[in-house]
Each structure stands twice: as C-alpha cells, then as structure tokens.
Design a protein around this ligand. Structure first.
Ligand code: 6PG
Length: 502
C-alpha cells in the first residue's frame, strides 16, 4: 500500500510517463486491460533500474481494485487511454472499484476541453477529476514532457511536486536541459509545467498548442516547397539550410527535425526519403478543434485554419492529379537571385510564425473570458519552452513580452515583435509575391500576411460590407459621427442618391 501514483493505460505514453515518475523516486502501481502491456513496463523497469538489488519501482496490478489497494491516500490515478468514451468508461470502473471522494483522477490524454469541463462537474461527488495535457510524444513522456494541468485547485497541491519533477526543464536562459538516459533524470532547472486554471483550462491550452503546431509545421512545409520550386534545391540542401536557420531566431524543435528528415534517404530506393512519402496529410483533430473554437468565438485565427485546410486539400490526391492536367497556371517564372530568395523565405517563416503564435495567444485571451479562466500568458509561454513539440527559443521572448505587460492584447503589439515584424516583413511580402507569380501554393504564408496587414489597418472595407447587409437585409449600421451602439438604416432603393455635400 505504498505506491504514490496509479496508472490506468500502459500504452506508449502511459509506460513512458510511469518510467519517468519511477526515475524521480515515485512508486507506481500500473494497470492495463492488456496483461502484455503490464509485463512490458515491468520488464523495462527491471532492465533500467539503476540498482538491480533494490525493489521494483513499478508494480503490476491485476485489477483496478488491486491498484487502488496499493495506493497511498488520497489516491492519484493517471488515466492514459484514447480520448472520448474510454475515459468515461475508466472513470466509471474506478468508481465501481471503490474510488473515494478525495481521490484524484488525472486525464493525461488529448481530451477535448469541453469533455474535461463536463467530467469535472459530473464526477464531483464521486472523486476529483483533473486534466493534464501532455506534449512531447513518447520521448517527452519518458524524459520530460511539457505538462499543461487544469482542474480542482486543491488537488494541484498533491500533483505539483510530481508534475514539476517529471516535466522538462529549462535553464536560466530558457534553453531545454536534456538528458535522455534512463535512471539519470534532469533535476535542476525550471520545470515546464504550471497550474493553468480550473476544469478544462489545461486541455484548452494544449489544444491551442496543437493548433499552433499545425501552423508551425505547415509554414515549414511551405518554406521547403518554395525553396524547392523556386530555386530547384534538393531536399538535402534544404535540410542543411534549415540547420543553419536553426542557429538563429528560428531555432526550434520542428525546424531541427525537418532539417534531419530532409537529409535522410530511402533504404530501398536511395531516393530522398521525403520524396517516397505520399503527400497526403493525416490529422487526429486537435488543429481542427482549435479552428472551430476560434470561429465560434469570432477570433481571427486564419493561419491555424489554413493549416488545417492545407492538410484537407492534400488528401484529395486523385482529384489533384486530374486537376493538374486540367487546370493551367498562367504564371511568370522570372530570374531569381538565390541568396536573396533564401533570406526572404527565412524572414517570411519567422514573421508568419510570429503571427501564428499571436493568433494562438489571442484565442486563449478570448477563451479565458468565455470560460471564466484566468490565464497567466507568460507561464504558458514558459512551459512551452521545453518538452513540447512547439518548443522554440523565441518562446522566451513571448514570455518576456507578457511579463512586461500581462494585459498585452496581441503579441504583435509588444515592442520586440513589432520591431521584428518591421525589420523582416519585406521577406514575407517577397515570398508571397514570388509564390503568387509562380503558382506555388503557400496558404499559411498568404494568411499570415493578410492577418498582419488586416490587424494593422486603421480602415477596412467592412464599411461597405455593413452597407451591403443593410441594403439587402436592413441589418443596420453604426455611423462614424454618432455614438457607438447607435443603429442607422438607409432605405437604399427608395431614398434615391443624395447629392454629395462639399
Ligand atoms: C504533442 C503532439 C501530440 C500528437 C498530435 C498529433 O504535443 O505531443 O501534439 O499530441 O502528436 O496530436 O496530431 P495530429 O495527428 O492531428 O497531427
């Protein structure tokens, strides 16, 4: 009865997170419906245990009752099963197995935030339901993920020491401290986890993380596509260029892995591996949820949405093949200067990335009002500096911007990012012009530029739009010379066209 934490679900993520906890001195009681998975984690623990003469740090349980009997109270149980109904099925089985009101069930899956809000309320009388989203894939779970917790504030005090121990760590400059050696976890450094708020707050933040992840990935793909199509670069050359970019402001995990991917060759054919992979993108849905949530709240998150659509368009492989033979592009393919274009694309990627993060943070700003949360945006930027898929050096600058002004309405308005956009936007404009002239699809670059120009526009053509609405539907409009909120309607067809006055 002396285990600190229980696990239901010992698949890849559950297994790795359990081993991570064991490395940090916590005793784990694990259960899975598949006995092989239990055995697998026990075998791995035995091989990795620093001193084989000491007792096992993870025990396998034959049932949920057995697991509960082995946990100290209040019991903390991590659930790592597929999002959706399996989470509720586990919660109900745990209730039947004897869960008590003070016990804490932590959903570490990629659950939709609305489910977490519902579950927290639904299970209130039976136990404390808590959400913690995990980013970083299997390596992250094993050696230090970014953890995004949200739920009952009292339960956080039980989870905090464990979550801070197992999460990724960054040094005083915000750089990840990495050790991927079993039994030798990173102890020092600032943990990439922070309590984000009640009920669905953590899962919402993770969803936005994934929306940004979609945008980040798509923008890198567009940069690659431009370099290849405009300059005729081979994947390996682009990989080397990305390695160089990774030394500067674009330093990030996604640029790093893209550089590596582009330099790999297929074992079978010897061709660049990227050329062997079918150009049809999958998605599990978190980017789509982000786009839907933005649309529902009226937040402009076009880059994220375009990145979701780009994946959708890519899946129309048969149709695209036919369209390629049917639809002719009337394009100009002028001379381009390689070095200049390279620089423009690098700057374009940086500017578009800033805009995508600005949209993500703007979205969370709207969500905190909608759901009555109180986000600390510098904390969110900080916990994304290490462990997660969108980890990037510039997150330190985002954290600094929100420390300087916690009420910052849009990241683009911080001095640092306003200056970055001022000095590098020419690259984004050039990349978009070249893409348009050459017929290369770069929807997220286009969307980023449109967002930037739209956001900084003092006057937009929405005046004409309001007039159109009033014309056909009497929807009314406000006047620039009247009190805000005062509504006007013109009888467009009956009143005739008055003369222009001076
Ligand atoms: C992470 C990832 C992870 C997963 C994505 C993939 O933060 O570790 O986001 O959660 O890889 O959900 O999503 P798609 O299948 O939708 O690309």
């Amino acid at each position: 009865q002396n285990c600190n934490i229980g696990f239901v679900g010992l698949g890849v993520m559950g297994k790795n997170l359990a081993l991570n906890l064991a490395d940090h001195g916590y005793r784990v009681a694990g259960f899975d419906l598949d006995a092989h998975k239990i055995q697998d984690v026990l075998d791995t623990e035995a091989t990795e245990r620093p001193d084989p003469s000491t007792e096992a740090r993870i025990i396998g349980c034959s049932s949920m009752e057995d697991m509960l009997a082995n946990l100290v109270k209040p019991r903390v149980i991590v659930v790592l099963v597929p999002a959706g109904s399996p989470v509720d099925a586990v919660c109900n089985s745990l209730i039947e197995a004897g869960l008590e009101a003070d016990d804490i069930v932590v959903d570490c899956g990629n659950s939709q935030w609305t489910d977490t809000i519902r579950r927290e309320a639904e299970y209130k009388e039976k136990f404390k339901f808590f959400g913690t989203a995990v980013s970083g894939g299997e390596v992250g779970a094993r050696f230090g993920p970014s953890l995004m917790p949200g739920g009952d504030a009292d339960s956080w005090k039980y989870l905090q020491p464990m979550w801070e121990a197992v999460s990724a760590k960054v040094d005083e400059n915000g750089k990840p401290i990495v050790s991927n050696t079993p039994g030798k976890p990173v102890i020092e450094g600032e943990p990439c986890t922070a309590y984000l708020g009640p009920n669905g707050a953590g899962h919402y933040v993770k969803m936005v993380h994934n929306g940004i992840e979609y945008a980040d990935m798509q923008l890198i793909c567009e940069a690659y596509h431009l370099l290849r199509s405009l300059l005729g670069y081979e994947p390996e050359e682009i990989g080397k260029l990305f390695e160089k970019w990774n030394q500067g402001v674009l330093n990030s995990y996604l640029v790093e892995i893209s550089a590596d991917i582009l330099q790999q060759y297929d074992h079978k054919t010897g061709a660049p591996l990227v050329d062997i992979i079918l150009d049809s993108a999958g998605q599990k849905g978190t980017g789509r949820w982000t786009s839907i949530s933005a649309t529902q709240m009226g937040v402009p998150a076009g880059i994220i949405s375009e990145s979701v659509y780009a994946r959708a368009l890519s899946t129309l492989t048969g149709e695209r093949e036919f369209a390629a033979s049917k639809l002719v592009a009337d394009v100009e393919n002028g001379e381009v200067e390689a070095e200049e274009v390279e620089k423009a694309i690098e700057d374009a990627l940086y500017c578009a990335k800033i805009c995508a993060y600005a949209q993500g943070f703007q979205l969370m700003r709207a969500a905190e009002k909608e759901y009555d949360w109180k986000f600390n945006f510098s904390d969110i930027a900080k916990i994304w500096r290490g462990g997660c898929i969108i980890r990037a050096s510039f997150l330190q600058k985002i954290a600094d911007a929100f420390v300087e002004n916690s009420a910052l309405e849009n990241l683009l308005l911080s001095d640092y990012f306003a200056d970055a956009m001022a000095s590098k936007q020419a690259g984004l404009r050039k990349a978009v012009v070249l893409a348009a002239q050459s017929g290369i699809p770069t929807p997220s670059f286009f969307s980023a530029l449109a967002y930037f120009d739209g956001y900084r526009a003092e006057v937009l053509p929405a005046n004409l739009l309001q007039a159109q609405r009033d014309y056909f539907g009497a929807h009314t409009y406000e006047r620039v010379d009247a009190e805000p909120g005062q509504k006007f309607h013109t009888h467009w067809q009956e009143e005739g066209r008055p003369e222009r006055k001076a």
